[in-house]
Ligand binder design. Structure first.
Ligand code: 5GP
Ligand code: ZN
Length: 141
């Protein structure tokens, strides 16, 4: 049996407040919203992380992310002044639910949430080297 909570939501075995649905994609309200209007967008088929999703499916998911984000700006009462699009891959990145998903989070100035990323030391030379390494990896695909 599939224990994935998002697969259970897709199958209707767990309740969720649905915002949008088509053959490939489902959007629903996050159960613990960072702000009112916090929406999750998922492929209906189970893929653990972004890199596992086939390109066509990830494009379909991204189209819904765009539509939800636009709607949030215009939804009366949310008073949206900004948005964060968040997508965590792996426990090290804070992923809790291992069914790939995008967060669309409405933001208001002074809402008190902030990201606390710790920067690494880098130089122009190290950035150049990492650019080359990543480019080589992309070219090898
Ligand atoms: P992650 O940290 O994996 O990027 O985010 C997982 C998100 O899923 C969290 O924001 C959490 O509130 C949400 N979530 C976890 N369980 C449920 C659930 O059963 N229903 C809904 N609607 N959202 C959930
Ligand atoms: Zn799943």
């Amino acid at each position: 049996m599939n224990a994935c909570i998002f697969c259970k939501i897709v199958a209707g075995q767990l309740p969720a407040h649905r915002v949008y649905e088509d053959e490939d994609v489902l959007a629903f309200m996050d159960i613990n919203p960072i702000n009112h209007g916090h929406v999750l967008i998922i492929p209906k088929v189970h893929y653990a992380e972004l890199r596992s999703i086939p390109l066509a499916t990830s494009t379909a998911v991204w189209e819904v992310v765009k539509k939800v984000e636009q709607a949030i700006w215009q939804t009366p009462g949310l008073s949206c002044e900004g948005t964060n699009i968040l997508q965590n891959n792996g426990a090290a990145a804070g992923q809790d639910v291992f069914h790939a998903h995008f967060h669309v989070i409405p933001r208001l100035s002074g809402d008190g949430s902030r990201f606390r990323f710790k920067l690494v030391h880098s130089t122009d030379e190290t950035r150049k080297e990492w650019a080359e390494s990543i480019k080589n990896q992309m070219d090898a695909k």
